[in-house]
Ligand binder design. Structure first.
Ligand SMILES: NC(=O)c1ccc[n+]([C@@H]2O[C@H](COP(=O)([O-])OP(=O)(O)OC[C@H]3O[C@@H](n4cnc5c(N)ncnc54)[C@H](OP(=O)(O)O)[C@@H]3O)[C@@H](O)[C@H]2O)c1
Length: 178
């Protein structure tokens, strides 16, 4: 299973602008177009519960596209579950990858936020990072990962300029030592 983390970030690594939870209030329309196509192409999309709550109003459930939300309290969300389309789980990232692999999935698109990305990095199961860098600097906001002693090395695979302002789509592979 290939696990790809896809996020949009400010130049200084913030994935939220202060307290604003709606990424679309600052990310470019070109990133929105790219991200929408990514969602269209992928049939396994994983996110943290906070990200789910922030994006809930724009998430369109469709057959064949499985969204999985990580929460410590999946029971709370049982009424919202839709078989094969929306699941809430407290599986660890490693358990989840194994389970979905056994179900035949080849790629997992992880869409954040900071807490869940950190958890996946800590379990060393992210293979690629696809990051849209917006030409903004935010003093406050959540980081791409939480403040921990993570140390991840990456190799740049591609760069694409998405618009005239210089929004960049950077695709990296995680370099695993040993
Ligand atoms: N710019 C971007 O590309 C981007 C991408 C994604 C998100 N965001 C933004 O980032 C914000 C959310 O990020 P976040 O870091 O606050 O939250 P998050 O990573 O989306 O979700 C955190 C939640 O995950 C659950 N969780 C934590 N540890 C867990 C574990 N060990 N097992 C199972 N579940 C666990 C908990 O839910 P419970 O409390 O239910 O247990 C926790 O509250 C939102 O504002 C969103 O808009 C931005």
């Amino acid at each position: 299973m290939k696990v790809v983390l896809a996020v949009v970030s400010s130049l200084n690594g913030k994935i939220t602008k202060g307290e604003i939870t709606n990424v679309r209030s600052w990310a470019s329309k070109e990133d929105l177009k790219y991200f929408s196509s990514l969602i269209k192409k992928n049939n396994l999309i994983v996110m943290g519960r906070e990200t789910y709550e922030a994006a809930r109003s724009v998430i369109k459930l469709i057959p064949g596209k499985q969204r999985i939300v990580l929460t410590r309290n999946p029971e709370r969300f049982k009424p919202s579950e839709v078989k094969g389309q929306l699941e809430f789980t407290n599986d660890s990232p490693t358990q989840l990858v194994k389970r979905m692999e056994a179900n035949g999935y080849k790629t997992m698109l992880l869409v954040g936020g900071s807490t869940i990305s950190t958890l996946f990095f800590q379990q060393n199961i992210i293979d690629e990072v696809w990051i849209t860098l917006e030409p903004n600097i935010f003093g406050k906001g959540k980081g791409l990962v939480e403040e921990t002693d993570l140390d991840v090395s990456l190799q740049l695979n591609s760069i694409k300029k998405l618009n005239k302002s210089g929004t960049l789509l950077l695709k990296y592979s995680v370099v695993r030592s040993g």
